[in-house]
Design a protein around this ligand. Structure first.
Ligand code: NAD
Length: 326
């Protein structure tokens, strides 16, 4: 049987060529989280299979009516892959037409995963950090360290970045790249996490996620008035340090509860709100210049599916990708 139905396939390189700008990504996420806060999105909990310890393959579907965005990300994280010369994160994202259900695009999800995570942290920071935040601490100078630097510099008048990585060569590479990309920002390498946390208005921790963490960040290191984004969940933060946060938030309360049932977040407090509630105005954002605030966003299908249709549209305009028959 032949069919005249087609979908567009976008490789990792195609998606990278679209290079959707961060202000657009943050704006799309803000719309999606507002709608989530109003209870209008469909976002079932992540399903996963686990072929190796510490590795995952997750199915992440979402439907965001106002963005006409419906689809699923099928993404894997294999911590030993870099040793084999393979990427840690890989996977595909499928977009479906909301009227017919037909798939109209399949795209590599590596770029989207890197950028939407930085954008979600920046969106949390928009509501929870001080607007005059000038210093940024980056702990873990990898993919997320890079996209978070770019995302925070998009929304805040960042003048100085304190960068720390357990591997000095990873830190050096990050510093060299970032100095070139952001010539007006001063980048300082530090030799321990304390120096990065105590000196920063915005702190991002982006090392490996560990189910049984050995955290290093102590109570009082995060300064009054500072905001932190824990991209690596509770891996870096001691229970006493988390207990000190005035407004501790996540991106989805149900998702965090689910992780607790499988053994994560043993010393993590109950969130004050999720990001959707804050963006929709149901819970207050930052209320004083001295509050300590934090986002521990777990990463939602909502982030990916909010952004992917715009990547598809731009790719079409740019003539990228390959049409394949269904
Ligand atoms: N929450 C989310 O939505 C979300 C989304 C994507 C990735 N992540 C997580 O973000 C983290 C970073 O991802 P990535 O793609 O940037 O990984 P990456 O491998 O590119 O970078 C991680 C960096 O952390 C460094 N590091 C390791 N242990 C450290 C320590 N104890 N102190 C300081 N630095 C240390 C490594 O040397 C490396 O440079 C991972 O844990 C990943 O699972 C979270």
């Amino acid at each position: 049987m032949t069919s005249n139905l087609h979908f567009l396939y976008l490789s990792r390189q195609d998606v990278e060529k679209v290079a959707l700008d961060l202000p657009t990504i943050i704006d799309l996420l803000e719309k999606a989280f507002r709608e989530k806060g109003e209870g209008k999105v469909e976002l079932p909990p992540k399903l996963g299979i686990h072929t190796l310890p510490n590795a995952f393959i997750h199915a992440m579907p979402a439907y965001i009516p106002s963005l006409y965005a419906a689809g699923v990300k099928w993404v894997s994280g294999y911590p030993d892959n870099p040793k084999k010369g393979l990427p840690y994160i890989s996977g595909l994202l499928i977009l479906n037409d909301e009227e017919t259900g037909l798939p109209y695009a399949v795209m590599d999800c590596t770029w989207i995963t890197a950028y939407r995570t930085g954008a979600a942290s920046a969106l949390s920071a928009k509501y929870l950090a001080r607007p005059d935040s000038k210093t940024l601490g980056i702990l873990g100078c990898g993919v997320q360290g890079r996209t978070h630097t770019e995302a925070m510099a998009t929304l805040f008048p960042i003048e100085r970045v304190y960068a720390y990585d357990i591997l000095p060569q990873a830190q050096e590479k990050f510093l060299a790249e970032m100095r070139q990309k952001f010539p007006t920002i001063e980048f300082i390498g530090v030799t321990n996490s304390q120096a990065a946390v105590t000196q920063s208005d915005i702190v991002v921790t982006a090392g490996p996620i560990l189910k049984n963490p050995t955290p290093t960040i102590e109570k009082d290191w995060l300064q009054p008035g500072a905001f932190a984004s824990a991209v690596d969940y509770d891996s870096y933060w001691k229970g006493e340090a988390l207990a000190q946060i005035d407004k501790f938030t996540t991106d989805d309360l149900a998702q965090m509860e689910y992780y607790r049932t499988i053994g994560y977040f043993k010393e993590t407090p109950q969130p004050y709100a999720d990001l959707g509630e804050i963006v929709a105005g149901k819970k207050a954002a930052r209320q004083s210049a001295t509050e300590r605030t934090m986002a521990m966003n777990l990463g939602l299908a909502l982030d990916d599916i909010a952004v992917a249709p715009t990547i598809f549209q731009r790719a079409k305009e740019m003539g990228l990708g390959v049409e394949l028959p269904l």
